[in-house]
Design a protein around this ligand. Sequence first.
Ligand SMILES: NC(=O)c1ccc[n+]([C@@H]2O[C@H](COP(=O)([O-])OP(=O)(O)OC[C@H]3O[C@@H](n4cnc5c(N)ncnc54)[C@H](O)[C@@H]3O)[C@@H](O)[C@H]2O)c1
Ligand SMILES: O=c1ccn([C@@H]2O[C@H](COP(=O)(O)OP(=O)(O)O[C@H]3O[C@H](CO)[C@@H](O)[C@H](O)[C@H]3O)[C@@H](O)[C@H]2O)c(=O)[nH]1
Length: 326
Amino acid sequence: MHVLVTGGAGYIGSHACKALAQAGFAPVAFDNLSKGRSGAVQWGPLEVGDLSDRARLDEVFSTYRPVAVMHFAAAIEVGESMTDPGKYWRNNFIGSLTLAEAAVAAECLNLVFSSTCAVYDGNTEADLTEDSPFGPINAYGGSKRATEMMLGDFEAAHRLKTIIFRYFNVAGAAPGAGIGQSHANPTHIIPRLLIALEGGTGHMTINGDDYPTPDGTCVRDYIHVTDLVEAHIGGLKRLLDGGSGGSYNLGTGQGASVRQVIEAAGDLVGHMPQIQIGPRRPGDAVRLVSGSEKAHLDLGWVPQSSDLETILADAWDWHKSRGWLA
Ligand SMILES: NC(=O)c1ccc[n+]([C@@H]2O[C@H](COP(=O)([O-])OP(=O)(O)OC[C@H]3O[C@@H](n4cnc5c(N)ncnc54)[C@H](O)[C@@H]3O)[C@@H](O)[C@H]2O)c1
Ligand SMILES: O=c1ccn([C@@H]2O[C@H](COP(=O)(O)OP(=O)(O)O[C@H]3O[C@H](CO)[C@@H](O)[C@H](O)[C@H]3O)[C@@H](O)[C@H]2O)c(=O)[nH]1
């Protein structure tokens, strides 16, 4: 059973391919390699192509006749989305629309979509459930929320069943698998921190320490990538067994501030980076922590490796092993 994995050469998509293969599916990665790398595609073929290229999508659907799509391909940087919103609306929203139309035309009517907690109102201090108010405060979250709405309309009109997963902050790496967060110039806190601790820059800038949080820095809910992709396998099986779609938060319910993440990484490695306080990053939410049990109740999903120490240790092991990458 082929599953088309858009963004399959990227960080989470490559982990999903690994989990799909382990669960007995045949993943087919579809990626334009703008951020992904071909070396991360180890569990099935790589089809190079862009979401905007409908003819290329049609060709890939026709070749593999996938039973489902896992849709990870997107531009993902919150800060960039505030300075270049068009890139986000074009790639994430128009790209997803093109993909959904191709899937319906190919009668591939099961889709798992990578959404984000950035669809919620990030200025609230409350834990977030699937019923929390929307209010994307950045263009990235806006492009994801619009895609969710589009997919809802496609489900009603075209029977394209969709499971929407709203991830909190994904981190870590599958131990020993040769895949992890490998952007050339990472913006995410954990890869940047590991580069700093390794001696690459030696310093870490905190993007604002005057937020209304206990230590003044932004709070996030970090989820291990191996736990995250297991939820996708559960969601996919539910769709293929005839179950309904739905929306699910994927987080742990535990918040960690930027300072706490830096201190935990310093404890792991045995020394602290030099810390500088910079300005707030446009589009940053104050606090994003999941308050939901829905994925546990509906899908039986329980994170196994998502304590911050394990996440950082696995990310650090990946970071040290990836010297051969650009
Ligand atoms: N990393 C996180 O913490 C996080 C949190 C919430 C949601 N997400 C979502 O998870 C998904 C995967 O994120 P990731 O962290 O693996 O990012 P990533 O950049 O590593 O992976 C995205 C992949 O999509 C590919 N891609 C981008 N645009 C494309 C296009 N138009 N056509 C074909 N391929 C394209 C890139 O080359 C890359 O390999 C994204 O949809 C992202 O919004 C990530
Ligand atoms: O050098 C750095 C890097 C990051 N941060 C801060 O660390 C926090 C986390 O930032 P980052 O790791 O970039 O993640 P987010 O901006 O929270 O976004 C990630 O997590 C979102 C869910 O919260 C996803 O939707 C996005 O795709 C994903 O990029 C934010 O407050 C950043 O401002 C710093 O202070 N210094």
